[in-house]
Ligand binder design. Sequence first.
Ligand SMILES: NC(=O)c1ccc[n+]([C@@H]2O[C@H](COP(=O)([O-])OP(=O)(O)OC[C@H]3O[C@@H](n4cnc5c(N)ncnc54)[C@H](OP(=O)(O)O)[C@@H]3O)[C@@H](O)[C@H]2O)c1
Length: 283
Amino acid sequence: MLQDTQITLLGAGRLGEALLRGLLDTGAVSRTLLRASVASTERAQYLTQRYSIDTAAGSNAAAVSGADIVIIAVKPAKVGSVLREIRPVLRPSQVIVSLAAAVRLRLIEAQLQPSTPIVRAMPNIAMALRQSATALCPNAAVTDEQRTLVASVFRLVGEVAFVEEEAIDGVTALAGSGPALIFYLLEALAEGGRRAGVSGPVADALARQTLLGAARLALETEVSPSEWIEQVKTPAGTTIAGLEVLERDGVRQALIEAVTAAARRARDIADELEAELETELET
Ligand SMILES: NC(=O)c1ccc[n+]([C@@H]2O[C@H](COP(=O)([O-])OP(=O)(O)OC[C@H]3O[C@@H](n4cnc5c(N)ncnc54)[C@H](OP(=O)(O)O)[C@@H]3O)[C@@H](O)[C@H]2O)c1
């Protein structure tokens, strides 16, 4: 299905490049069918050289021409201006996919023709290694075929779930910001190893492999995390000594609150962006 699909990426910074890299690594997407548009010529040159794809600076409208899927990966505050740039040249069959955190479907819809098919997507940076956890939320104009097509693109770079838009701020916090929370824990785990006498590089390597092993056990078995904890800990053993400190110091609660705070921030930014758009439309 994807063999003939032309994909254009508007914005290719950290997240956009992760998507490019992941898609190209599959071999399922041809370089000739991928195109990117960025702000600076330096970035365009880098992407052209690194990935051998057609990349240009400052020409979003031209980049959209011929695309089946137009993926927007600019910062949330720039989404409005990018949409205004491409609106005159968009065809009804082209699907817009927005990766921008906190930009609601209705905000995108307000800037385009009412019948434009739009998918709000929330992937994460692990697309680079084809391990993203991506949530997709299509608007009412998206056909079943387009829904399948967009899902097949994101399945190439990880797992995909369809969600209602009410859940997207939560997904942004859990899966979008989630890698940063995990890296934070990873550093703390390695530091604990160092303080317990493991040398620096060895502690880093052990912490990373331990995280990978635990993640694969959680993903690839039917055993729940609590059941795995039971399998690792023994009464009065070493694991329970560590777990007791996590409970005592409120680490579980802190993580829950971290995700809640990130989701709240996503909602607040979405409200701010909507208020800005309303002001723009009034003036
Ligand atoms: N980073 C994450 O982990 C993550 C996770 C989930 C969602 N997101 C969402 O993904 C989007 C991109 O985030 P990011 O971290 O990748 O940002 P970023 O690294 O700052 O990348 C933004 C990209 O947009 C380009 N750009 C800026 N203005 C443009 C314009 N008018 N037309 C075309 N391209 C333009 C920039 O070009 P230059 O490089 O030339 O300046 C850059 O390539 C954001 O909306 C964010 O909410 C990010």
